[in-house]
Design a protein around this ligand. Structure first.
Ligand SMILES: Nc1ncnc2c1ncn2[C@@H]1O[C@H](COP(=O)(O)OP(=O)(O)OP(=O)(O)O)[C@@H](O)[C@H]1O
Ligand SMILES: [Mg+2]
Length: 273
């Protein structure tokens, strides 16, 4: 595996090396038997530390969503194991945010966020209070009683993030959460998530096709090969926290994006062939 490090940059590693592992993916292979024996993953090893923001990039179909679904416990590995070290202090180990919002159109915004909380067994009054708090944090306080069809894509994705964050999961799993947004809204949501994350440093595994997004948000960017996916490289992102969105204009940022792209381009080419 390549391990890219920009040694010419004054590195401020954002996370202590002594943080405990939160997620351990060990020798994981995944085969889907239903669809004519698709080998999705061929031996993935990945450790995510507590409080680390890890971005997963790789060509379409390489198994990124599969990794997230297995961490969430929705699918089981065909071989190997996945350990999620929940502290026990929180009630919900993982929450997922998807590309397509997944909100209920017949429920109000408030009820959508409350729903996730009630699923954890939280009493209604407490769930309401928590939903109000997170809608406020996501700038949706005035839309609590609105219904999803009245909201833009960017606002719906804020609802989905509020719903996931409100349950205060130990691990937030985000599967291309901004991919459906236009470029301007995408950028705004990236900046908001950067800020929000820096306030409470939850463990995050974030899948994206955007190298810029990965470098802006992540402590570490992990690159996967074409299917059957495995990890071929990773880069420790050298920008200190709290980060400003202005790092997009840093020459190092462009250099790292180029390095990541040269690794990924080969893999995308393989997939297309
Ligand atoms: N439930 C399933 N049944 C059968 N095959 C599946 C299933 N889910 C995924 N696959 C296959 O496994 C492979 C990996 O899929 P996965 O969705 O994890 O990739 P991905 O990296 O998330 O792709 P994308 O970037 O397009 O979202 C693909 O070939 C896909 O068709
Ligand atoms: Mg996917």
């Amino acid at each position: 595996m390549n391990s890219l490090r920009s040694t010419d940059i004054a590195t401020a590693t954002p996370l202590g090396h002594d943080m405990p592992a939160k997620i351990e993916v060990r020798g994981v292979r995944k085969r889907y038997d239903a669809n004519g024996n698709v080998e999705a993953l061929s031996g993935v090893d990945l450790t995510v530390k507590s409080g680390e923001f890890v971005c997963l990039v790789g060509p379409s179909g390489c198994g990124k969503s599969t990794v997230l679904r297995m961490i969430a416990g929705l699918h089981k590995p065909s071989e190997g194991e996945i350990l999620v070290h929940a502290s026990g202090a929180r009630t919900v180990p993982t929450a997922m945010v998807f590309q397509n919002y997944n909100v209920f159109p017949w429920k109000t915004i408030q009820a959508n966020v409350r729903f996730g909380l009630e699923m954890t067994g939280m009493a209604s009054a407490e769930a309401d209070k928590r939903a109000t708090l997170w809608l406020g944090k996501m700038g949706l306080g005035d839309f609590a009683d609105a219904y999803p069809p009245a909201l833009s894509g960017g606002m719906l994705q804020r609802v989905a993030i509020a719903r996931a964050m409100a349950v205060e999961p130990e691990i937030l799993l985000m599967d291309e959460p901004f991919a459906a947004l236009d470029a301007q809204h995408r950028r705004i949501l990236q900046d908001e998530l950067l800020q929000l994350w820096q306030e409470d440093r939850r463990t995050v595994v974030f899948v994206t096709h955007s190298l810029e997004e990965a470098l802006l948000l992540g402590d570490r960017v992990v690159v996967m090969s074409a299917r059957p996916g495995k990890i071929i490289a990773e880069i420790q992102v050298p920008f200190a926290r709290p980060r400003s969105p202005d790092i997009r204009a840093d020459p190092t940022f462009a250099k790292l994006e180029q390095e990541l792209w040269s690794l990924l381009r080969e893999q995308v080419g393989k997939h297309a062939a």
